[in-house]
Design a protein around this ligand. Structure first.
Ligand SMILES: Cc1cc2nc3c(=O)[nH]c(=O)nc-3n(C[C@H](O)[C@H](O)[C@H](O)COP(=O)(O)O)c2cc1C
Length: 400
């Protein structure tokens, strides 16, 4: 009997020592001991945790927030739970998976691209250039706000990239032609016109935080040694209660977009569409593609999630122009659902910013790699080997 007790105690002690020594059970293991920490995150949400821990809280809120009550922000994610994937087995040989696709005549390695985000300097120095290097490293299409000429010249940037504009600065046909010509010379593949930002929303986390919007275009959040925010005399804080002042020039309409389209050989794509009517109008105007987007829930609140708006836009496009979508895409299954509903490609914003904030260009590339791999695995498990095999029969609406 006493012998048994000693044995059991010894055994328990040995087991406890084994557990203590095991790297598997050390809480910090996953994010500190790996020979290459960029490979530690198991999914894109792990990058979000790391980014939140690393960033100034004001920078995190600026990236993470939506407008007003943030309902559109939440609806983007909630929309995916209302859709169920319907796999079809044995119809296709799934021994080799190909996630490549074609968009406006260009081959994309995967139907996942880097969407335009302003203010990257709050997340990483020279964030736009760093992102372009990441996009180049993982062969991903990028929509850029510009300033990546040196990266493009180095040959390390994205092979397919689109230029962002709101078209508000393109008032005359000459300005439009010059704009298009300059972009064509640089190897741009399309012009992406964001149409949902002629007025800027109330982003109330940033308003409460006292964020100065220009900080993220400049050197990030300025703090003194004690951590207090440093304000300059001309800083404009984000406020509420200011009725929109009249603008010196009219904001663009479909007529301007038609003129832009006629001024350049580059395809013109409209980003920010949420309805069948606007998709139809885009088709009639000769627009080359639409991006179903609610600006990541950062502009007009209450517009619903983008994955819910996608089917009516796809139907209105009637196969005449590609329909892209962004907003809340975090998983291969999210991308799969959008493809099944008829999207040609899916844009991401915050996920690659989480990668950028934690590991710079390598983080950007890794986030794309993870989502690409998830999509490939999900396709294989759903019974399809190529994007062209995915159709509407692979998804249904949740009934309860
Ligand atoms: C920090 C941040 C800045 C953004 N800036 C712009 C912008 O300047 N122009 C634009 O069209 N969209 C902008 N977006 C919206 C993205 O292009 C995209 O529509 C959105 O982020 C997709 O949703 P997701 O972040 O949930 O992936 C921004 C998004 C974020 C998160």
């Amino acid at each position: 009997m006493p012998r048994m007790m000693i044995n059991r105690r010894t055994a328990l002690m040995q087991f406890a020592q084994f557990l203590a020594a095991s790297p598997l059970l050390r809480a910090d293991h996953r994010f500190s001991d790996h020979p290459d920490p960029v490979l530690d995150p198991a999914n894109v949400f792990d990058f979000a945790k790391l980014a939140k821990a690393r960033l100034d809280p004001l920078a995190w809120d600026y990236m993470d927030e939506g407008s007003d009550d943030e309902t559109a922000l939440r609806d983007n994610r909630a929309g995916f739970d209302k859709l169920i994937i319907r796999p079809h087995f044995l119809a296709h040989d799934v021994s080799r998976i190909d996630v490549s696709t074609t968009l406006l005549g260009k081959k994309l390695e995967q139907p996942i691209y880097i969407s335009i985000t302003g203010g990257k300097n709050c997340f990483f120095n020279n964030g736009e250039q760093e992102t372009a290097l990441g996009a180049g490293a993982c062969n991903t299409m990028m929509i850029t706000s510009g300033g990546i000429d040196s990266v493009l010249k180095s040959g390390k940037g994205p092979k397919v990239w689109w230029q962002f504009t709101t078209a508000a600065e393109l008032r005359t046909k000459t300005q439009m032609t010059d704009f298009g010509d300059r972009l064509q010379d640089k190897g741009c593949s399309a012009i992406s016109v964001t149409v949902d930002i002629y007025h800027v929303s109330h982003r109330e986390r940033s308003i409460h935080n006292g964020l100065v919007r220009n900080w993220c275009q400049g050197n990030g959040i300025p703090r003194d040694v004690s951590g207090k925010l440093i304000y300059a005399p001309n800083d404009i804080l984000w406020g509420t209660g200011d009725f929109p002042a009249p603008r010196p020039f009219p904001t663009p309409t479909w007529d301007n977009l038609q003129r832009l389209r006629e001024s350049t050989d580059l395809p013109v794509v409209v980003k920010g569409v949420m309805t069948a009517e606007d998709t139809e109008r885009a088709v009639k105007t000769g627009i080359s593609g639409v991006i179903v987007s609610n600006h990541g829930g950062r502009q007009l609140d209450g517009v619903g999630g983008t994955i819910e708006a996608l089917p009516e836009c796809v139907q209105a496009a009637g196969g005449k122009i590609p329909v892209l979508v962004d907003g809340g895409f975090r998983r291969g299954t999210d991308v799969f659902k959008a493809l099944a509903l008829g999207a040609t490609a899916v844009g991401i914003g915050r996920p690659y910013l989480w990668g950028l904030a934690t590991f710079g260009q390598r983080g950007v590339a890794r986030v794309i790699e993870i989502m690409r791999a998830e999509l490939g695995i999900d396709m294989g498990m759903a019974g399809v080997a190529s994007i062209s095999q995915i159709d509407r029969s692979y998804v249904r609406r949740r009934t309860a």
